[in-house]
Design a binder for this molecule. Structure first.
Ligand SMILES: C[S@@+](CC[C@H](N)C(=O)[O-])C[C@H]1O[C@@H](n2cnc3c(N)ncnc32)[C@H](O)[C@@H]1O
Length: 284
């Protein structure tokens, strides 16, 4: 049996080329590599597991008997226009919240393959950051645990994983309800001397704070997956809509103008974008 494995159309880094060959040898140990070019690898073998072919990270598809089938990674990295133009690192729930120092999801997936991690085994990421490892394990059906000293990192990670199983019909209907509520956000009672509010007002415009508070109140009693999904979407926007200079990692007052699009519109746009991504992952 001879199979052509098709690579993604972007250039691979040296470490990716090495991971690509190493995971091939682990997932398909009995095959012979007949040729390896920029665009594809041709392999041959007596028996080749279709399940393992689909797990390859650095191939978007394979051709067997003239029939082209996508790998899981090929499906994840496919954008809405059905083209793959560059390596996507924000597919699925990976891009749900900014976090400095994320792994590329592809690295995690490839390393799990190289280690031969399988269903029934467990993975621990003791410094889980915003959860790239945990999400990749969830995709593969591998039990995974994470810890992090930063509570926000734990919150984002848990949300990214639970959002994968979110009931999309319920989530869509809650989003419609949020639209109705945010048309008239709550007014926050400003009491002089309230240290917490004074602090928040010094960093976030009142109008934005009222929208944030409305979102928080509205989703408070929702099931955790849906509640946290909307909270994380809102949280990811706060920096851009605060008095902090968004591009500066240090604490600096902003000099750049606020985004032109309103906070609530950005919130709805991002919620819709990620709901589409989650539906795509659920279908895979
Ligand atoms: C680069 S991130 C990890 C990325 C993550 N492994 C992934 O899959 O994307 C490093 C994380 O280590 C966490 N960290 C640093 N020191 C720690 C400690 N002593 N205990 C737990 N977490 C720690 C930081 O809070 C940060 O979130």
């Amino acid at each position: 049996m001879q199979i052509e494995l098709l690579k993604f159309p972007y250039s691979y880094m040296e470490y990716e080329k090495e991971l690509q060959i190493r995971e091939l040898k682990v997932l398909l140990p009995d095959v012979e590599i007949l040729s390896d070019t920029k665009h594809s690898t041709i392999i041959s073998g007596e028996t080749i597991s279709a399940d393992n072919l689909k797990e390859l990270t650095y191939y978007c598809a394979y051709i067997l008997d003239g029939v082209r089938s996508p790998t899981h990674q090929g499906l994840y990295e496919q954008d809405n226009t059905m083209r793959v133009v560059k390596q996507h690192t924000r597919y699925s729930t990976h891009g749900l919240h900014e976090y400095k120092g994320k792994f590329n999801p592809q690295i995690v997936h490839a390393i799990a393959n190289v280690f031969g991690v399988q269903r029934g085994q467990a993975v621990l990421d003791p410094f889980n950051g915003s959860g790239t490892t945990l999400v990749e394990c969830a995709h593969a059906g591998i039990e995974a645990y994470g810890t992090d000293i930063n509570p926000l990192a734990c919150f984002i990670s848990n949300t990214k994983v639970t959002a994968l199983k979110m009931d999309m019909v319920k989530a869509s209907s809650r989003l419609q309800e949020l639209k109705r509520v945010l048309a008239q956000p709550v007014a926050i009672d400003f009491t002089e001397g309230d240290e917490r509010l004074n602090y928040l007002y010094s960093w976030i415009p009142r109008e934005t704070l009222c929208i944030l508070e409305s979102i928080r109140q509205e989703v408070e009693n929702d099931e955790p997956a849906i509640r946290d999904f909307f909270l994380v979407i809102a949280s990811d926007l706060i920096r851009d809509y605060s008095y902090q200079e968004p591009s500066d990692l240090r604490i600096r007052r902003r000099k750049s103008p606020f985004p032109e699009i309103k906070f609530s519109d950005a919130f709805f746009q991002n919620a819709c974008k990620f709901m589409k991504k989650i539906e795509q992952v659920q279908s895979i």
